[in-house]
Design a protein around this ligand. Structure first.
Ligand code: PRP
Ligand code: URA
Length: 212
């Protein structure tokens, strides 16, 4: 795969460990959901070292001191429905007051084209750093369409976070939206003939919500 300046692949051993369990077909819904949250928290911790901050005064038992805290409205979380919902709590662990927008998107099973069906974004999102969430980056079609929606609303600081991606998806998003920062925990080999990631973990939405 070509080198894209805005793409970060973590390959962190502590995240890899959790992804190995996530992939296992015998991992049940509860553990799957917990792992998705934990991996997301670790990814966000790595990715947001340069989050906007503000100075605050704190009175310790000994004296008044100037301290640093995360700025208000620093980030807005936007999951791509459904599977991105599984990552929201993992971001809220680190940004508990972050507001949440939702973009509904499903892939046509035949054409693999994304179909937007819902979009509700908080007022003022364009002034915030948007964390766009989806555990799976396959063809990249859903991510590109979701970023298109965000840009229509004036968002210009967007970070896409995927747990598993393939080169095809990364190339598609990085080419369509070279300004977007893409963070991926692990790079898988390829898509199969029906658009599933190999080795992958199956259908993330079904495994999170028990629909199959
Ligand atoms: C899955 C996944 C992504 C999309 C990735 O969603 O959560 O949104 O596929 O594929 P792409 O990169 O080829 O667009 P799906 O369409 O299965 O919907 P769901 O989350 O409601 O199950
Ligand atoms: N969406 C999923 O949930 N899994 C894949 O492997 C590809 C797209």
């Amino acid at each position: 795969m070509k080198n894209y300046p805005n793409v970060t692949i973590f390959n962190h051993p502590l995240i890899q460990h959790k992804i190995a369990i996530l992939r296992d077909e015998s991992t049940g819904m509860k553990e799957f959901r917990e792992l998705v949250e934990e991996i997301t928290t670790l990814m966000v911790y790595e990715a947001f070292k340069e989050v906007p901050t503000q100075k605050v005064m704190v009175k310790t038992p000994l004296e008044l001191t100037e301290q640093t805290m995360v700025a208000d409205n620093a980030v807005t979380i936007v999951p791509i429905l459904r599977a991105g919902l599984g990552m929201v709590n993992g971001v809220h662990t680190l940004f508990p007051t972050a507001r949440v927008g939702h973009i509904g998107m499903y892939r046509d099973e035949e054409t693999l084209e994304p179909h937007p069906y819902y979009c509700k974004l908080p007022d003022g999102i364009e002034k915030s750093n948007v964390i766009l969430l989806d555990p799976m980056l396959a063809t990249g079609g859903s991510a590109v369409a979701a970023i298109d929606e965000l840009k229509k609303r004036g968002c210009h600081n967007i970070s896409l976070m995927n747990i598993i991606g393939v080169p095809q998806g990364i190339e598609t998003v990085a080419t369509a939206h070279p300004d977007v920062k893409i963070y991926i925990s692990t790079l898988d080999r390829q898509l199969n003939e029906v658009g599933y990631i190999l080795p992958g973990l199956g259908d993330a939405g079904d495994r999170l919500f028990g629909t199959k």
